[in-house]
Structures are given as C-alpha cells and as structure tokens.
Ligand binder design. Structure first.
Ligand code: BG6
Ligand code: MG
Length: 215
C-alpha cells in the first residue's frame, strides 16, 4: 500500500456540470449545419477533446469539411460555449467539492487539476476555486488527449509526487483509462456499471472523504 500524497481532479463533470453548456453550444452548431444533435449524442463527447468532439458531431450529421472549415466550426462552438460559461458562478460547484478540497488541504494532500479543457481557467475563476489548486494542468498545457496519461503525469510532476502516490477523480472512461495508464489510482464519478476499471466509484464528490482515498 502506498501512501496517497496528491489528488488530481478532472474538471467537467467532476467539479462542475458543464456538459449542459457544451451540449447547448454543439447543438447550436449542428442546427446551423442543418441537423439534429440529441442529448444522447452528447454523451459520446464527454471527456473527449474539442476537435475529436467536432469529428464525432460531423459524422452524426454526415457532413464533410476541410481542415480550415473544421477550425472555424470549432471556434464558433467555443465562442458560444464561452458565452454560456461566462455566466457561471460558485452556486454551480457540484455538491461536496469545496468541503472535500478543504479537507484534503487540511490533511496535507496536494491538489491538481487535470482537464482537457482550454477553458479551465475561466471556469475555475468564475467558480472562485482557483486558489484551492496547487497545480493546474489544462488543455493548453498538454498535446495528447485522454486516454493518453500526459495530463495526469504532468500534474504529478508539477506537484512533485510519484504517480503511485496519486488518486485521480474522473467521470469519463477516457479519463479513467488515462489515470490507469499513468499508473495512478482512480475514483470514478458517476455510475458503476458504465465506468469500467475504476478502483472505486462514487456517485459524486459528496461521497468523498479523506479515509476513502487510501487503497
Ligand atoms: C473535457 C470535456 O473536459 O474538455 C469535453 O469533457 C470537452 O466535453 C473538452 O470537449 C475540451 O474542452 P474545451 O473547453 O477546451 O472545448
Ligand atoms: Mg469530465
């Protein structure tokens, strides 16, 4: 058993429910391109990078586009998304998050963000949570998307801890796979039957407690 020294958190779906805003923006893009994009379709985009999400969306609409058109579409989607998340405030922090972050700090556990989102700083600032993190690794710092372990390995290195001393909190299968590839423990956030290979699964961070992060 190795002693846990750090917790690494995914952002979207773990700290805040931004999936609904991603959905609104993707749905708006799909509708501008003339097809429907459902909430069920949106499930396929969780944890997936912006450009990969666009590829999935275009395949649903059966739309072909060249690289420069794709970049324009991704930029348009992001403009709409940023419009929505600019109005976020601390009321949208998911239940249990703040108390758990406080408990970790009081117990000397280091805290990092490990997110694919290039909008992480805007979100954390609007939620008033930035100062709770000792390191922030987001989509602007990494070049390989989850399930590649880069985002979490960089988080551990910024915190100066070993991968085996880390626990990752993730709501997406790609993120769980990334944590496992980084040789870290992982706690899935969501439903047990859909989050495969997590060491434990909690419905939300409301159920998290310092005693439960030892393995
Ligand atoms: C992930 C989300 O955290 O970030 C994905 O789960 C999103 O849905 C990805 O596509 C990239 O986010 P952004 O904000 O850089 O477009
Ligand atoms: Mg997520």
């Amino acid at each position: 058993m190795s002693k846990i020294k750090a917790c690494l958190f995914d952002l979207d779906g773990v700290v805040v429910d931004t999936a609904k805003y991603h959905y609104l923006a993707w749905e708006r893009l799909a509708s501008s391109l003339g097809f429907n994009f459902t909430k069920k379709d949106n499930e396929r985009l969780k944890g997936v990078s912006r450009m990969k999400s666009l590829e999935i969306l275009l395949s649903i609409g059966n739309i072909k586009a060249c690289d420069s058109e794709k970049l324009k579409m991704a930029q348009q989607k992001n403009n709409w998304y940023v419009e929505y998340i600019s109005k976020l405030d601390s009321k949208e922090i998911l239940p249990g998050v703040k108390n758990f972050l406080i408990e970790l700090r009081q117990n000397g556990i280091k805290i990092a963000l490990g997110s694919a989102s290039k909008n992480s700083m805007l979100i954390l600032n609007n939620l008033n949570l930035t100062s709770y993190f000792d390191a922030i690794v987001d989509g602007n710092k990494v070049s390989k998307a989850k399930p590649d372990p880069e985002v979490f390995l960089l988080g551990a290195s910024e915190l100066k801890v070993q991968p085996l001393e880390c626990v990752v909190f993730e709501d997406a299968q790609a993120g769980i796979d990334a944590a496992k590839a980084a040789n870290m423990k992982v706690i899935g956030i969501g439903q047990k039957d859909v989050l495969l290979n997590a060491d434990k699964v909690f419905e939300g961070l409301r159920d998290a407690h310092i005693d439960l992060i030892e393995f």
